[in-house]
Every structure is written in C-alpha cells, then in structure tokens.
Write a protein that binds this ligand. Structure first.
Ligand code: NAD
Length: 262
C-alpha cells in the first residue's frame, strides 16, 4: 500500500491488544517505525515480533498508563532510540464491570477512570509536550460508541470514554497552534473475540431490563440494534486510524469518528 508514514515514528499504547496491534501493523506497512507500549510485557514481545517481521524498526516499553512517571520514562526511552515521535495512537483501555450505577463496584469505577481517562491524558501530555517543541504531531485517541451514546450497565467505561471524546475536542484546540492534529475513533461492537464475548456474558448477568438473561439472545439483541446487522471486524479499524494520522485528513481536528455500522 501507499507509504504515507515513511520516515515517521509512531507510538502505540495498548499495543499488546487486538486493536493496538492491528493498527501498529498498518502503520508499519505504510512505512512508519514503531514504539509499542503496554502493561503486558509477554504479549508485547509477541507484537514486537509481528511488527519486526514487516521489516521496520520497532522498540517496546512496558508501561502502566495510570502512572505518569512510567509513561514519561517510556516516552523518553522511545525518543532516545527511535527519534522524534510524530504519530500517536493513544489506545490502551479496560472495559470494567457491567452493573447498574446503584450496584457498580466502587473500586472498579475508579480503576476504569484511571486507565481509560487519566491514562489517556498521561500519554497525551507526555507525547504532546514533545510534539509542541518539534511543531509536528498527529494523534488519534481511542474512545468508544459507549462514549457517545451511554449504554446501560457501563457507567465507568462509558463515562471515561465520554471524557476521552471531550479530551479530544479540547486537546485539538490547545494543540492546533503547534501543527498538531488530534482526533479520535469510536468503535462499537467488534468481534468475534474476547471483548465481544465478555460483554455479552456480563450484560446477560446484570438482570436488567435492557438485555435477556440468555447470552445467545443478548447477541441477537445487540446485533439487531446495528443498522448494518453485523459485528465490526478489527481489520475495519486500522484504515480509519491511518486516515486520521495521515495528511488525507489535513483539515480535520477534534472529531471522534464512529466505526459502528450505523
Ligand atoms: P485489548 O484488551 O485486546 O487491548 C487493550 C490493551 O490495553 C491490552 O493489551 C492491555 O494490556 C492494555 N492495558 C490495559 N491497562 C493498561 C495500563 N494500565 N497501562 C498500559 N496498558 C494497559 O482490547 P482492544 O479491543 O484492543 O481495545 C483497545 C481500545 O479499544 C481500548 O481503549 C478499548 O476500550 C477500545 N474499544 C474496544 C472495542 C472492542 O469491541 N474491542 C470497542 C470500543 C472501544
């Protein structure tokens, strides 16, 4: 495919996960060298192998996005080894528990906000302060349709992702003067896979009016709510992220693009 990212270094968080790896591969195929960050060091090494096989330089750093010092150290190390970071896919996340607000576990709520919202801010801050100095940056934050529509039983996740949508709008304004564009994506029901199975199982267990107690029925209910009547494939995400990181979207800032089948 076209080499839109030749000579650029891209940093991807959540790079041991499904979406992070799929996007990292696409950026590598289009010529970028990669810095992969994740909390899971073992899976991260697997991702590293897959990117190296594409023939580009790749570095990894194990990092906990909830800890600013850990993020800052990883970004500094990345810059030392691969040079200025021009592209950021800010994507680490955790889905949390499924329960109505009056029963939602307090410690899990705080954990989800720390990873999905505060973590996204930590990465955005550590990377953008370097982009400001070089007067170049392209950033995509991973939100979710849960951050645009407020699904039931996902209080912590949905609230955090609404926060990411807001952070994207605000950062796009704060950073526009420095030739840094910030946008976001909002995937919806992606599958098959772990996140899909987990949400079907856990929504069924909530016993709330919105979903059947039978997971097979929940699948039908969820897919029935999608105008395109199917799940999204992980491979339908990288092209959109690459578009937002490339000059093909040169006059677009502050948007969170749904990848949701309608
Ligand atoms: P995934 O679980 O495969 O990947 C998430 C990755 O984030 C994991 O590798 C995990 O180790 C990492 N991570 C978690 N906590 C971390 C921390 N504190 N520090 C550093 N890394 C951490 O899931 P995915 O589907 O690839 O999700 C990627 C992003 O997409 C997430 O932000 C998720 O909320 C979002 N999303 C996913 C879907 C979906 O259906 N898969 C839908 C909408 C949004």
């Amino acid at each position: 495919s076209a080499q839109r990212f030749s000579g650029k270094t891209a940093l991807v968080t959540g790079a041991a996960g499904n979406i992070g790896l799929a996007v990292a591969k696409r950026l590598a195929q289009e010529g970028a060298q990669l810095v992969l960050l994740d909390l899971d060091g073992e899976k991260l090494e697997k991702s590293k192998g897959e990117i190296a096989a594409l023939g580009v330089k790749v570095e990894t750093a194990v990092c906990d996005v909830t800890n600013y010092g850990s993020v800052e150290a990883a970004v500094a190390k990345a810059e030392d080894t691969l040079g200025a970071i021009g592209l950021l896919f800010n994507n680490a996340g955790y889905q949390g528990a499924f329960a109505p607000i009056h029963e939602y576990p307090v410690d899990d709520f705080e954990r989800v906000v720390q990873i999905d919202l505060v973590g996204a801010f930590h990465v955005l801050r550590a990377v953008s302060r370097r982009m400001v100095k070089q007067k170049f940056g392209r950033i995509v934050n991973t939100a979710s349709m849960a951050g645009l529509q407020g699904p039931p039983n996902m209080g912590a996740y949905g609230s955090s992702k609404f926060g990411v949508v807001g952070l994207t709008q605000i950062a796009s304004k704060d950073l526009a003067p420095y030739n840094i564009r910030v946008n976001g994506i909002a995937p919806a029901l992606m599958g098959p896979g772990f996140m899909w199975d987990r949400q079907v199982e856990l929504q069924a267990k909530t016993g709330t009016q919105y979903f059947s107690a039978d997971p097979e029925e929940v699948k039908k209910q969820m897919i029935g709510s999608v105008p395109m009547r199917r799940l999204g494939d992980i491979e339908e995400i990288p092209g959109t992220v690459a578009f937002l990181l490339s000059d093909d979207s040169s006059y677009i800032i502050g948007v969170t693009l749904p990848i949701s089948g309608g």
